[in-house]
Design a protein. Structure first.
Lengths: 225, 225, 225, 225
């Protein structure tokens, strides 16, 4: 009898472990230099790790950073096999677009909107073909002035509109960083400064910026079954 | 005695005519292709001519078009002597800035903001040195979408901010076309179209656009003593 | 006995046909608008078809056009599966690079050299993984002035240098159109004109241009075992 | 009698002094950051000062640096009054064009060729109206690779062609730095490096570059009557 109980307990443990194991979701963050910085101390991915631990979910979620500086949407597409699919993630957060817009004026090598859309769709299609869940993000800011007088505001709004429309059409969760940043800056940037509120240099995130991204991404991640 | 009265009346008429003549103000419109189109049938300068006649002021105001396609602020500066000062205008309406912004992305030959400001100030200083009154305008639109998703919205807002601040600093009258167009489009462009409300092609004015410019410029012109 | 002979002859014919069939090589031309025009009457691919017929090799070679206007190297990469691999070509001629350079200044959406190289290598690797033979081409011209005073000459030379070096490193056949066009123009463009010698509009091929491309590509194609 | 002789000698001395004084030519160097660096220790204007002293002509020539970083041809035009005409130079060396070409791709604010020509002509006309002698220069290099694979080689050749043609048409002396640099690099840059032969950073002059400019400018200056 005791043996039976012990055996049952043992099996129970195994089931629990396998259950826990099955439940541990790999969340991969796929992006540019902002995401590359996300795995550094104080970065938004590190903050998400903290949120996971705070909520006692460290055996249910695992994060993987996959950001490379200077990346545009087609760079993500090129490195999907090695940097994403091989790692077999359950969820991929796509956070891209700043360089696609910015490089137009900084080096003449941005991405036009039609092709941005094509590659974006191709990335999502490849992920969904592997049953990977996808979370989309709009590109946050290049400059924090709140009266839309940052040089790239027009294109950031346009490319964000495309991502928003695509998320509705495909019923994909969206972390609308562009709106979140604009609303935060509208409240916290009364001097209409170019940087220093959520970014250090108009683009890359300071502590408050990392926190805003971490909180909102984490909320989107948790929602996914 | 009658002769004397007639003679006095004649002299009076002469004085009145000479007075009227002295009062006839030359208003010169200094700008780019939008202003070049302004002197064509249906153009905003032709509309101002009509407004002048409607108000019976044709012997008090005379308009001169001085717009050349593709002009940027430094092109205006280069041709001031021949195209403006030689014509001895009383009032100059400066309507420039679209190409300074637009040519950045269309041909790599836009004007950066610091230099835009320098040439703008130099033009105004030269006009004021000749006691010519100056009216400033902000550049209206490159694209009529109302959610600031036109590619050049950031720069148009930035350069317009500079002109607004300069008009306040120098206490110069301003026709804030950018705000006027944005407000008009906000009411009349529910489909968020790129053109067709106030422009034919995102930049150049259709009938409603010419009218909006004509009315507001004329109001500014009349105000000048 | 007669029957046997007839039967043997029949089998022989079948073998010959199947042999011929096996020998028929599919040559796919992968590129941009220049290649899209290549399948039109008078286009370079049509001329290659004529050369094939002239040499009585129509049952040994078959051509397939796969050019799309505005394509850059990353566009080729994106459409490899559908437009190339599915068609199971034996030989692929890669003719790309003009837009990668040109779009830098025309729309701010060119391709920087490092990424041009990465995508180019990825395309070749995918083709070679399927045992498809590859022929490389340098981008010919954007402007036919022979003193290197065409705006994009610097980049065209630079990107062509990369392709030349890559062809040497990988021991891949190269049709060096840039050198061929430059040498032809050096002899035939004494007035240093921008177009009209080998192109209609500085970029797209006229009759002489199509012929120069056709002859040289065909020579490279024939060489491949 | 003696008094008379002494008086005559005194007058003679005065005449000689005034003659010497009249002979001292002010040479102004009008340009961008390359010229701004020219007045620094080791700069090309300092080297010209040394050449003047070596040839014992320090009471016949005086140099004035008038270079400002980032200047394009229209910036020179804007500051002619203050920085050139007020200083009453006898000779002006115009050394401009690098930023007009470079800023097209670096910030979208280059100068198109037609306007480059217009401002260039306007500068020369203003100087000649004051009987100031003019020496022209072609822009040397943006990158020292000798196979015309530097990105801006096309435009530098094109804008230099314009300056060469203008110097012939107006019979103005030309220091053809572009050709001088190319020939020097062709001999001294066997590794086809981007910088380090005549420049420190592809654009700004190292010791050898300053020396090449100084020698050739000084030869042109001496030739002017």
């Amino acid at each position: 009898m005791t043996k039976l109980v012990l055996f049952a307990a043992f099996i129970g443990c195994l089931l629990l472990m396998s259950f826990s194991y099955d439940q541990k979701k790999k969340v991969l963050f796929f992006g540019d230099s902002i995401t590359a910085a996300g795995v550094q101390p104080g970065g938004y991915i590190k903050m998400i790790d903290s949120l996971i631990r705070q909520e006692g979910k460290e055996n249910r979620y695992e994060t993987i950073g996959a950001g490379i500086g200077g990346n545009k949407v087609y760079d993500l597409y090129l490195r999907m096999e090695d940097d994403v699919l091989k790692k077999e993630p359950d969820i991929v957060v796509i956070y891209i677009g700043v360089n696609d817009v910015w490089h137009k004026s900084s080096s003449g090598t941005g991405t036009d909107l039609v092709k941005f859309g094509k590659f974006y769709e191709a990335i999502v299609a490849k992920l969904q073909a592997k049953d990977i869940k996808v979370i989309l993000c709009t590109p946050a800011v290049i400059g924090e002035r709140t009266d839309y007088s940052n040089m790239q505001d027009g294109d950031l709004n346009l490319y964000s509109n495309w991502i928003r429309q695509f998320s509705r059409q495909k019923e994909l969760p969206l972390v609308d960083l562009r709106t979140l940043f604009h609303d935060y800056d509208a409240k916290n940037n009364p001097e209409n400064k170019e940087s220093g509120i959520l970014t250090t240099d108009r683009v890359h995130l300071n502590r408050a910026g990392n926190w805003l991204v971490a909180e909102n991404m984490w909320n989107a991640i948790k929602t996914i079954k």
